[in-house]
Design a protein. Structure first.
Length: 204
């Protein structure tokens, strides 16, 4: 919030695009926009081909994601839901602008995810895919709808090809309680290690 406060939304978008054009992952050496999961791309393509509209619902910053999600995932900016900071209207050099403030507007995580979906989309999902404790309430809310519903969790358990996130992880926490709830509620848990032939799109 502090480092980007006072920027216009256009200036921040340029900063994001400039960083993504050069920043590389320290382990793989790939651009971060290349570090996408092949099965994720495949399921998005499959759903859209069968008449579904696809959204990204993330705890990440909405204005950080929107500049690149359409190119990478085929998800346009208006179909991205995320955390946000407050902005305000200003006129700078005679031009109307939106300026970032050093204040949190909304956190799109845990109980915030159903709230964010309702606010941005206005419909309960038919299918929801998560990968951590932060997605629990989103999957619960999806399942509570009428008719057929699909709830899936990706378990990052492949330390060799990707990373192994578990109950003690500070990022991407996948707790034993979440696994127990998934089993109890009949959610499908995907093992990255056992179920994915290919992890990243660039894998051979």
């Amino acid at each position: 919030m502090a480092t980007h406060a006072g920027m216009t939304t256009e200036e921040f978008e340029k900063t994001v695009k400039d960083w993504l054009a050069t920043a590389r992952h320290p382990k793989t050496g790939k651009l971060y926009t290349e570090m996408v999961y092949q099965p994720m791309l495949e399921v998005l393509t499959y759903l859209r081909a069968n008449g579904f509209k696809t959204f990204i619902v993330s705890g990440g910053g909405i204005e950080f994601m929107r500049p690149w999600t359409e190119k990478v995932y085929g998800v346009p900016p208006e179909q991205v839901v995320g955390s946000s900071i407050k902005t305000q209207w200003e006129v700078r050099s005679g031009k109307p602008t939106l300026v970032r403030l050093p204040e949190i507007n909304f956190i799109d995580d845990k109980t915030g995810k159903p709230v964010g979906i309702n606010a941005h989309i206005g419909r309960r999902p038919i299918a929801a895919f998560g990968n951590s404790d932060g997605d629990q309430q989103m999957l619960e809310w999806t399942q509570a709808g009428s008719g057929a519903r699909l709830m899936m969790l990706v378990h990052h358990d492949d330390a060799k090809r990707e990373w192994a996130y578990g109950p003690e992880s500070k990022i991407g926490t996948f707790s034993d309680a979440l696994m127990a709830e998934a089993n109890q509620r009949g959610w499908t848990v995907i093992s990255m290690k056992n179920d994915w032939k290919k992890v990243f799109a660039f894998d051979n």
